[in-house]
Design a protein around this ligand. Structure first.
Ligand code: PEP
Length: 253
């Protein structure tokens, strides 16, 4: 059966000391009150090795927020999938709308990143989602399908088993506007049927599909109660232990 997952995306927040303090606080909180789901925190590159040292890996997984589309070499400032893996991280977020929008990440670039991440034994949290304009013109289904086709439908079914999909409507990210649980469920069901068409029903049933976009402790229980929503990718509410734990605890309701 597919996994229930709550993953945090710290983005470009928290310096090293602040990040370490949050990781320790979360680790202690989950040690005292064990989660009912997989928990992952995705941090800036420079935090990874230090945060890895303070996490109980049976409770919290660790991921990066990006990796390079090249294996190694003269790419100043880039961080390879192999480097991410060498910190002890097990996950990487790829295809986040902020990377697509602000850093020009195309489906082709993302396809390379996904292949390198998988080659290096990382699980990929692959983000897809439509803009407000696309939603208003009812194009969310073809847009999300094209994002999958462009970067992860080239994989074999075995490789695809290491992909976690995060549906993140761009209009809901950091805006305080959450998709309704019905809107989210409708998209998640569509995404699962698209995966089933490509890889078969078994693969689709085993794929975790997370919702992201202004998810908080107050709306997580309703979202997570939907049959095709397997958890959340959390931005703003992952930056405080209490807020993030509140979302993790939604799986206990
Ligand atoms: C995100 O960027 O992945 C995200 C879901 O952000 P927020 O929770 O802040 O909307």
């Amino acid at each position: 059966m597919r996994k229930k997952i709550v993953a945090g995306n710290w983005k470009m927040n928290l310096n090293l000391q602040e990040g370490l303090a949050l990781a320790k606080e979360l680790n202690n909180a989950l040690k005292a009150d064990k989660p009912n789901c997989d928990v992952v925190i995705c941090t800036p590159f420079i935090h990874l090795a230090s945060v890895e040292n303070v996490l109980d890996k049976s409770l919290i997984g660790l991921g990066a927020e990006n990796c390079a589309d090249k294996e190694k070499g003269a790419y100043t400032g880039e961080v390879s999938a192999e480097m991410v893996k060498s910190t002890g991280a097990q996950y990487v977020i790829l295809g986040h709308s902020e990377r697509r929008q602000y850093y020009g990440e195309t489906p082709e670039i993302l396809k390379e990143k996904v292949l390198l991440a998988l080659k290096n034994g990382l699980k990929v949290i692959f983000c897809i989602g439509e803009t407000l304009e696309e939603r208003e013109s009812n194009r969310q289904n073809p847009v999300c399908k094209a994002q999958l086709e462009g970067s992860v439908f080239n994989l074999s079914a075995t490789e695809f088993a290491n992909i976690i999909i995060a549906y993140e409507p761009i209009w809901a990210i950091g805006t305080g506007k959450t998709a309704t649980s019905e809107q989210a469920e409708e998209m998640h069901a569509f995404i699962r049927s698209t995966v089933a068409e490509k890889f078969g029903k078994d693969v689709a049933e085993n794929t975790s599909i997370l919702y992201g976009g202004s998810c908080k402790a107050s709306n997580a229980p309703e979202l997570f109660a939907k049959p095709n929503i397997d958890g959340g990718l959390i931005g703003g509410a992952a930056l405080k232990c209490e807020d993030f734990k509140g979302i993790i605890d939604a799986w206990k309701k």
